[in-house]
Structures are given as C-alpha cells and as structure tokens.
Design a protein around this ligand. Structure first.
Ligand SMILES: Cc1cn([C@H]2C[C@H](O)[C@@H](COP(=O)(O)OP(=O)(O)OP(=O)(O)O)O2)c(=O)[nH]c1=O
Length: 182
C-alpha cells in the first residue's frame, strides 16, 4: 500500500495523476527547519520527519511526503501568518525571481529516498490592487510564499518543473518509485 503523508489537496491530485492507488494520512507535528544544515538538507529533514511520523502507523507501506518552501535572497518565505504578512510577501516577490524548493521523501521498510527539486519562478510586476484582491480571497493562507501558481495570474514564467511549485514534483516521485525495491 502507498500512503501520502500530506494534507495538501494539490499533492493528492498530482499523485492521483500519476496513476497510483494510495491513502492519505497527514503528519501532524510542527515543521522544524535546522538551517545549520543548509537549506536543501534542512528541507530533506522536514520531509523525512513527516514520512517517519506516518510510518509509525503504516510500517509495511510505502510512505510519500514532501515539504515546499519559497526562497527569496536565501530567506525562507513559508505560509503567511496573517493577511498583512501575505501582502508583505507578495510585495517582496513582485517583479522578481525567486526559488520554489520541494523536498520529497519516500520511505519503504529500510529504504529512504530523499530529493530536493528547485524551480525558478519569475513574478510579474504586481499592483496593490492585484495583491489586495488575491489576499482577500483567502487562497494564499495555506501556501508557501502566499501564492498558488495554479490559481493566480502573478507568474510571468518559470524555469523548471511546474508540479514542483504546486507541491510535488511528478517526475521526481515517478523516478524514486521505480527505484523502490518491493
Ligand atoms: C508556491 C506554492 C505553494 N503551494 C502549496 C504547496 C503546499 O501545500 C504548501 C506548502 O506547505 P507545506 O508545509 O509544504 O505542505 P502542507 O502544510 O500544505 O501539507 P503537508 O505538510 O501535510 O504535506 O504550499 C501551492 O499550492 N502552490 C504554489 O504555487
């Protein structure tokens, strides 16, 4: 059996698109970033801790987990704490390039696979009106960087994988799953 250790509806959709049969069991513990490890290693650890938490309940299953962050000038922009925070973040991203990083973890018995995928995202120049009306829609609140590429018109173009920005890099998951020894 495959278990997706995530509450993200986007991750569920992406995994469904890949054609897998799976159940969903989100991890509940708070995410702790140990930045002394460096960004990518810290992100892997967060993804791994979600998978490990869920493995406690499904020891014979393949567990898939992920964590997504937005990085601007080496600073992590996570989910907004408030509407004001979201407005600040979107102003900072406007007319600039940033990175979206997703750490992916797949655990099966004694095998652990970890990968960080990075996509460069270039934002258009946003007006105050664009930002306020998006933030007022409430859609920004459960998303890293306070935006969802799938639902806003803020992105000029990207370099890299689109599904990575949405929260689960399709081709990375597919390639890891081929390496899992059943
Ligand atoms: C940048 C970006 C992020 N996101 C989402 C993906 C993730 O769901 C979320 C980042 O938060 P995460 O902490 O990675 O994931 P989550 O809390 O939603 O779910 P779980 O920890 O249970 O797996 O931001 C988008 O949907 N679109 C985007 O363009």
């Amino acid at each position: 059996m495959i278990v997706l250790a995530s509450k993200s509806p986007r991750r569920k959709e992406i995994l469904k698109d890949l054609g897998y049969d799976f159940i969903v069991c989100p991890a509940k513990k708070d995410e702790v970033f140990d930045l002394s490890l460096g960004l990518d290693e810290a992100l892997k650890k967060v993804a791994e801790s979600k998978a490990k938490e869920v493995r406690e309940f499904f020891s014979d299953s393949i567990i898939i987990s992920a964590d997504t962050i937005v990085c601007l000038d080496q600073k992590i922009l996570g989910k907004p704490k408030s509407k004001e925070d979201a407005i600040k973040t979107l102003n900072a991203l406007s007319n600039r390039r940033h990175q979206v990083k997703t750490g992916v973890c797949v655990i099966y018995k004694n095998q652990t696979f970890l990968h960080v995928e990075t996509t460069d995202v270039y934002f258009k120049k946003l007006t105050e009106q664009d930002i306020i009306s998006y933030v007022n829609s409430g859609k920004c609140m459960d998303k890293a960087g306070s935006y969802g590429i799938q639902e806003c018109d803020f992105v000029d173009h990207i370099e890299g994988d689109y599904t990575n920005v949405v929260g689960l890099p399709k081709y990375v998951v597919e390639s890891i799953m081929k390496d899992v020894a059943l």
